[in-house]
Write a protein that binds this ligand. Sequence first.
Ligand code: ATP
Length: 301
Amino acid sequence: MVTTRTHPLLTAPAQAGAVTPCANAASASADPAYWQAAMPLLSVRSIEVVYDEVILVLRGLSLDVPQGAIVALLGANGAGKSTTLKAISGLLKTENGAVTRGEIVFGGQRIDGTDPDRIVRRGIFQVMEGRRIIADMTVLENLQLGAFTRRDRENVARDLDMVLTYFPRLRERTGLAGYLSGGEQQMLAIGRALMARPTMILMDEPSMGLSPLLVKEVFAIIRDINRTLGVTVLLVEQNTRAALSVASYGYVMDQGKVVLDGTADELRNNEDIKEFYLGGAGEQRKSFKNLKSYRRRKRWL
Ligand code: ATP
């Protein structure tokens, strides 16, 4: 049976230090009744995902993302984080994958099984792992590509200018996108997503391959976009520290399901998270060889 969990952010006023939801939600958040009445913007309910009709990767995964929040999806390599994003964005279809059980509800409507272009039109845009910008197109052409599903063509030029205010260094880059640095490519990928005017962005490892300084810069932009544009974000990250610096809530995945979830503060203070993902001093998380002891203890399972 499909079960629906009520998200803690929907039953309590925003936690101290939590990311403020979108402008409308922020003004309404003083009223607990608002949160009690609200449904999550996105609700993934007990989904199973199978690739090539036989490879079972997600095994009853559930998560909720409230409107205006940044929610982190954490976990080791191969846990199924990217698969979860592709199930939501519909891109699973392009890899011969399918949601075989459960349901995905966005804005009150089921979207599992829907084609990716229709899901973009409904307001969800995925920023793929590895950025996937078009190297032999210019920055502007890449940004314009993000607007391809929009019907309000008259607003595209204005939005281009708005997006470039978030990424001023992209304004100066007039050449081909392939010549951008890793950080600039990540910014371009996020900018391209914004050009679709999404309600929600799914971000797959925005920190990948970036220096610690650039990670900070990119995450500050993510927080800024969330706060000023009210765009809801589901953020897949292996950089747990960076993810929890902007997210208000997080889910930890292992072997295709959620094994732990909580507010960013709860996760930061969780002993397992500290040991395996935050790893003592410095920016570097502990090596995943430690996962062996995690598997032995099975404290999350
Ligand atoms: P990473 O951080 O390494 O990307 P992840 O948590 O995002 O890990 P997924 O990429 O979702 O994990 O992969 C989960 C499992 O699904 C892995 O065992 C992977 O081999 C498998 N998988 C992913 N994509 C496919 C595919 N297109 N066909 C078959 N199996 C796949």
